[in-house]
Design a protein around this ligand. Structure first.
Ligand code: ASP
Length: 318
């Protein structure tokens, strides 16, 4: 916690970070105590990693990169190592990142083998003149900058493979996380002590998705958005609806043009507009003052949040 003098007043400069590990039909009755503990620990570790960056005076951008990388390394979450299978039995990952000061953004879509897709999205933002790179071109950039790659067996997980085998001969797709409606994806939003906002999101997409299908995660304005003047958002849910609803940018617009608070804007978009469209899922959000929302219209969402000087919140169910 830091206080800085601004003029004659002391201004309280605080940081905050929130993360999610996907939303969906996550029911207490379906999660064993051991699994619940494993998810809770995974969230706790990733939140701590991000908070350590902010507590040391680091940037929101670094904090969300670290938190999302830790979630990508945890096979419980559908991103990086834990990515789900496409209809051709492969892994295709999407990720994006944005910072709210200069509205810079980077994203990758349909990439394979890259250990931490969020780091590649950041590379696109910081080292190219582009925002969104896909497939082989994105992977080549990762090689040029020596980002770590992993062999297919690193991404193999029996649970995910069984999820895929159950639907592979159908035309259906399933989201991650139990029951019929399964959403995966990981994300983080943060506000640092300088008042800068950032957001990052990463996913393996949907089990049995048509190969080369791209969801909302790498779409700036749908899966991820950050603007210091309004908010930072990371979404999870049925991506097609989040793209159609331009969900993250819609929340920012409601704040900017209609003067809604973060809470009012999130409720309008997630609990009303998305529901009317038929889109299930949720998102995490932080505004310029550090107010935080963890909101979803599904049964649950793996989520965690902490503000400087307070105890972390970790939750799964409604
Ligand atoms: N939004 C992601 C997608 O549609 C999936 C998810 O959040 O689980 O690719």
């Amino acid at each position: 916690m830091i206080t800085r003098e601004t003029g004659s007043k002391f201004k309280f400069m605080s940081y905050t970070i929130s993360i999610h590990g996907g939303a969906g039909t996550i029911l207490r009755t379906e999660l064993s105590p051991e699994k619940e503990e494993a998810y809770t620990n995974g969230l706790k570790m990733a939140l701590q990693g991000g908070e350590d960056v902010l507590a040391a005076g680091g940037t929101a951008l670094d904090a969300v990169t670290v938190a999302v990388s830790l979630l990508e390394d945890n096979p419980l979450f559908n991103a990086g190592k834990g990515s789900v299978f496409t209809n051709s039995g492969r892994h295709e990952m999407d990720a994006s990142i944005m910072e709210g000061k200069a509205l810079r953004a980077g994203a990758v879509a349909g990439i394979t083998g890259v250990k931490n897709p969020v780091q590649l999205a950041r590379l696109v933002m910081e080292n190219t003149e582009h925002v969104l790179l896909s497939g082989a071109g994105a992977e080549e950039l990762a090689q040029m900058f020596n980002l770590p790659f992993e062999a297919p067996d690193y991404f193999f997980d029996t649970f995910r493979h069984n999820q895929w085998l159950a639907v592979k001969d159908t035309s259906g797709t399933i989201m991650d996380h139990s029951g019929e409606k399964k959403f995966g994806t990981v994300g983080a939003v943060a506000r640092d002590e300088q008042g800068n906002l950032a957001a990052a999101t990463s996913t393996g997409g949907m089990t049995n998705k048509r190969y080369n299908r791209i969801g909302d995660t790498p779409i700036i304005g749908s899966g991820t958005y950050a603007n210091n003047a309004t908010c930072a958002i990371s979404s999870t849910g049925h991506g097609e609806y989040f793209i159609r609803g331009v969900v993250a940018y819609d929340i920012s617009c409601l704040m900017e043009y209609k003067g809604l608070s973060l809470r009012e804007a999130c409720e309008k978009v997630v609990l009303q507009k998305l529901v009317a469209l038929g889109g299930e899922g949720g998102l995490i959000a932080v505004d310029a003052s550090g107010n935080t929302e963890l909101i979803f219209n599904s049964d649950g969402m793996y989520r965690a949040s902490v503000k400087s000087g307070s105890k972390p919140l970790i939750a799964i169910y409604r």
